[in-house]
Design a protein around this ligand. Structure first.
Ligand SMILES: [Zn+2]
Length: 328
């Protein structure tokens, strides 16, 4: 364990590989991958989940045996790698691939790169990795934050404004930096544009005391009851388009749509949309990072901090096996 990891300022070449060459050197074997997971899972040293003991050693089955109670703990137990039959090295390659592609990877791309026999496996791995893109206990947005809804999915004839059947409603929040520039984002799929949905989202992702900028929609009216300063940017009668009033959140919306169509060819079902939103958020919030290896580090770090998602929980949608996608 070194100081840089403990201080949470990981260093390239020390805490994560910077290049594919370094990646291959660092992770030639299962043992090397297990050792890396061990370090990220217990950054302050091993703690036995049974007796709390802090002393243990690796067995040749890549488990940690507690010196106190003799119980063996798998390094992957309780993580997204729990119960995997594939080598950890392959998971590391998947994580490296998905973080090193600027716009991410489709299931087909992942299947090809890893040489996986099954499209379903590639699809399930990507979903597991997406779940790990959200940092457990992540910080709330703060300061000036634009919030608005956007609609992703196919065109609906004769439908306008906030009424939709086929499209999915995504509510987006973005920090606005002064004098210009965008900070972090949060995205969430909501079932409707009621106050419960919209204000509920803001309360989950933005620190009270922040200034929330929205359009004139009444669904945001209750914000002031929860400790936010609410600034309504009401559009003029002459019909200023909303993107003039809320430029940040509209920029996010158009980038998101382009990404869903580009990288994923629109093959995203409503049911799984939130995972794609998490991936987009992960990428956007780290867009300034020049070190792709740092994204790999964060992804593996989150992977060992979250609850496992068994394949049975990831019900694969028919449309994602190549039939017609249902929201684009
Ligand atoms: Zn123990």
């Amino acid at each position: 364990m070194n100081d840089s990891t403990m201080k949470n300022f990981p260093v390239g070449g020390v805490d994560y590989p910077r290049t594919i060459q370094e990646f291959d050197e660092w992770f030639p074997s299962e043992e090397s991958c297990t050792a890396y997971l061990l370090k990220l899972r217990w950054p302050n040293g091993f703690v036995c989940p049974v007796c709390g003991g802090a002393k243990g050693w690796m067995t040749d089955r890549q488990q940690v045996r507690c010196a106190g109670c003799q119980r063996q703990t798998s390094v992957t137990a309780g993580t997204i790698f729990d119960g995997t039959r594939k080598p950890l090295r392959m998971w590391f390659q998947a994580a490296w691939h998905v973080t090193n592609q600027k716009f991410g990877s489709s299931a087909l791309g992942m299947q090809r790169v890893l040489g996986l026999g099954s499209y379903q496996t590639a699809w399930a791995w990507l979903h597991k990795l997406r779940r790990a893109m959200v940092r457990p206990g992540r910080d709330l947005l703060k300061g000036r934050v634009e919030v608005d809804e956007t609609y992703v999915g196919g065109e609906e004839e004769g439908v306008s404004g906030r009424h939709t059947e086929k499209k999915a409603i995504v509510v987006a929040a973005v920090e606005i930096h002064e004098p210009k520039g965008l900070g972090r984002i949060r995205l969430h799929h909501v079932s409707d544009v009621s106050g419960d949905s919209l204000v509920g989202f803001v309360r989950q992702v933005v620190l009270p005391g922040s200034v929330i900028l929205t359009d004139g929609w009444k669904g945001y009216n209750a914000l002031t009851h929860y400790g936010y300063t609410h600034e309504k940017i009401v559009l003029s009668e002459s019909g200023d388009p909303a993107h003039v009033a809320l430029p940040g959140v509209h920029r996010i919306a158009s980038l998101l749509k382009r990404w869903l169509i580009g990288t994923h060819q629109g093959a995203v079902s409503k049911k799984h949309l939130d995972y794609y939103l998490d991936e987009y958020t992960f990428r956007f919030n780290r867009r300034a990072s020049s070190a792709r290896g740092l994204l790999f580090y964060r992804l593996i770090q989150h992977s060992v901090q979250i609850k496992p998602a068994p394949y049975s929980q990831l019900t694969i949608g028919e449309q994602e096996r190549g039939r017609r996608p249902n929201i684009f």
